[in-house]
Every structure is written in structure tokens, then in C-alpha cells.
Design a protein around this ligand. Structure first.
Ligand code: ADP
Ligand code: MG
Length: 248
């Protein structure tokens, strides 16, 4: 396919990723519309992270293509900086720069990748910190913050690039239970504001409140796709049913 469908925010066609003889992602195709919030569930090792990481080229596909709007992620001629601008990613373990303050963590990419003047980047960063409820933490260092606060900084940092799509890979899995809600609340606000999101998570509350679509992956493939109600209350596939018995 030379061009992706015009109204997609993210287009994935026949995405395949091998690690040696292992097929981590096996011929996955997916259309994501602007503003859509897709939740990806599935057992450990089913290829969820590899699929997300392929969308911002942390992994190169072995086969297949991915676009953000009309920009090809998988074309090696596409500048990695463009991809870093268009796609924000939040990881399980926050990945903040430990030697930088919260404010500097957030302004780093906009000033170095996008060449936004420092003062302007700092102003944006302070707005974003306000949005995630951490206006008073601008001058703190990551290790002075709780896990939930660090993850909210990581979200603000990703948003600072003004991305077209946000990827979340098990954003609450490393958090103590009392901190999960503060992170999910920020994610739900983002979803309400119309951000396009792909989220790997087994948080049912988020799924029901914010996801339009749930995808169940197993062995590198999309086994079943549907609304949260379809998938959680009325799954069609045996593999989906068996998996849900473990997590619900
Ligand atoms: P999930 O996120 O669903 O747990 P992953 O995408 O992390 O699954 O992994 C899918 C499969 O690919 C697993 O079998 C995993 O061990 C393997 N895998 C992931 N990354 C690598 C890598 N860098 N090298 C080799 N195998 C990998
Ligand atoms: Mg994973």
C-alpha cells in the first residue's frame, strides 16, 4: 500500500516482528481514527509491547508498514525526529532522566528536538504540570517524587511535544494501588479531550470509562476486537474467554 487511508490517525498494515525464529508480532493490521482510545489486552509475551514500540520505531518491523497520518514510520527515510514529535510514549517504569529536574525533564525534547526557545518550553511545561496536578513539583528531582507523581511527569513530558498519538505501555503496573487512580484520572482526562491513545493495560475501570475499542492479542496476533462491553461481557473467542477468567 502506497498511502494509508486518509481519515486514519494511525494505520498498521501486516505488521510482523521476528526476534530470530520467534514471531513476536504476527501480521497485525489496525486502523486508529483521530480521538480513538484503544485498549490492548493479552497475556504476557503476546506482543503488546513490541507492537506499541514499533509505532514509534523503538523496534523496526521485519515486515509490514505503519503510518501516523500520512507519514510512514516504517520508511527508513522518515526522520526519527518527526516520529518523536508525533508519537508520545509512557512506559511502565517512567524512564525519567534522574539527573534533571521535573521542569528540565519536560523541556528537554521540545528544546533539543523541536528547537523551541527555552522560555516558551518552560511556560508550556508549567501548564502541563498544572494539568497533571503537579504545579508545585517543577524544581523537584524524580527520586523526590512518588511513583504516581513520576508517572504523571512522564505523561506531561510526552505531551510537551504536542504529539498526535499517545502510547501507554502498562502505565500503572509498577505503581502501588493507592497511586493508580491519580494516573488513570490524568489518562481519562486526556481521552476526554480527544487525544488518540493506544493503551496496554488491564485496568478495567479505565477500559470501561475511556476505551472505545478493546483488542485482545495472543501469540502476536489480534484475536478479537470489540467494544469494552462486547469483549468483557460477551467475548466470542475461547482464547479471549480463558484470558478474561484470569484477570476479571
Ligand atoms: P508483551 O508486551 O505482550 O508481554 P512483548 O511484546 O514484550 O510481549 O514480547 C513478545 C515476545 O517477543 C515475547 O516472547 C518476548 O520474549 C519476545 N521479545 C520481546 N523483545 C525481544 C527482544 N528484544 N529480543 C528477543 N525477544 C524479544
Ligand atoms: Mg509488555
Amino acid at each position: 500500500m502506497a498511502n494509508p487511508p486518509e481519515h486514519n490517525r494511525v494505520t498498521i498494515r501486516n505488521a510482523t516482528k521476528r526476534f530470530g525464529s520467534l514471531l513476536a508480532v504476527n501480521n497485525v493490521s489496525l486502523d486508529v481514527k483521530p480521538g480513538q482510545v484503544i485498549l490492548i489486552i493479552g497475556p504476557s509475551g503476546s506482543g503488546k509491547s513490541t507492537l506499541l514500540r514499533s509505532i514509534n520505531r523503538l523496534e523496526y518491523l521485519s515486515k509490514g508498514q505503519i503510518w501516523i497520518d500520512q507519514d510512514s514510520v516504517t520508511d527508513p527515510r522518515t526522520d526519527i525526529r518527526l516520529i518523536r514529535e508525533e508519537v508520545g510514549m509512557v512506559f511502565q517504569n517512567f524512564h525519567l532522566f534522574p539527573h534533571l529536574t521535573v521542569l528540565d525533564n519536560i523541556t528537554m525534547a521540545p528544546t533539543t528536538v523541536k528547537h523551541i526557545p527555552k522560555g516558551e518550553a518552560q511556560e508550556t511545561a508549567r501548564h502541563l504540570l498544572e494539568r497533571v496536578g503537579l504545579a508545585d513539583k517543577a524544581d523537584s528531582y524524580p527520586d523526590q517524587l512518588s511513583g504516581g507523581q513520576q508517572q504523571r511527569v512522564a505523561i506531561a513530558r510526552a505531551l510537551a511535544m504536542n504529539p498526535k498519538v499517545m502510547l501507554f505501555d502498562e502505565p500503572t503496573s509498577a505503581l502501588d494501588p493507592e497511586m493508580i487512580k491519580e494516573v488513570l484520572d490524568v489518562m481519562m482526562d486526556l481521552a476526554k479531550e480527544g487525544m488518540t491513545m493506544l493503551v496496554v493495560s488491564h485496568e478495567m475501570g479505565f477500559a470501561r470509562a475511556a476505551a472505545d475499542t478493546v483488542i485482545f492479542m495472543d501469540e502476536g496476533q489480534i484475536v478479537e476486537t470489540g467494544s469494552p462491553k462486547d469483549i468483557f461481557e460477551n467475548p466470542r473467542e475461547d482464547r479471549t474467554k480463558r484470558f478474561l477468567e484470569h484477570i476479571l
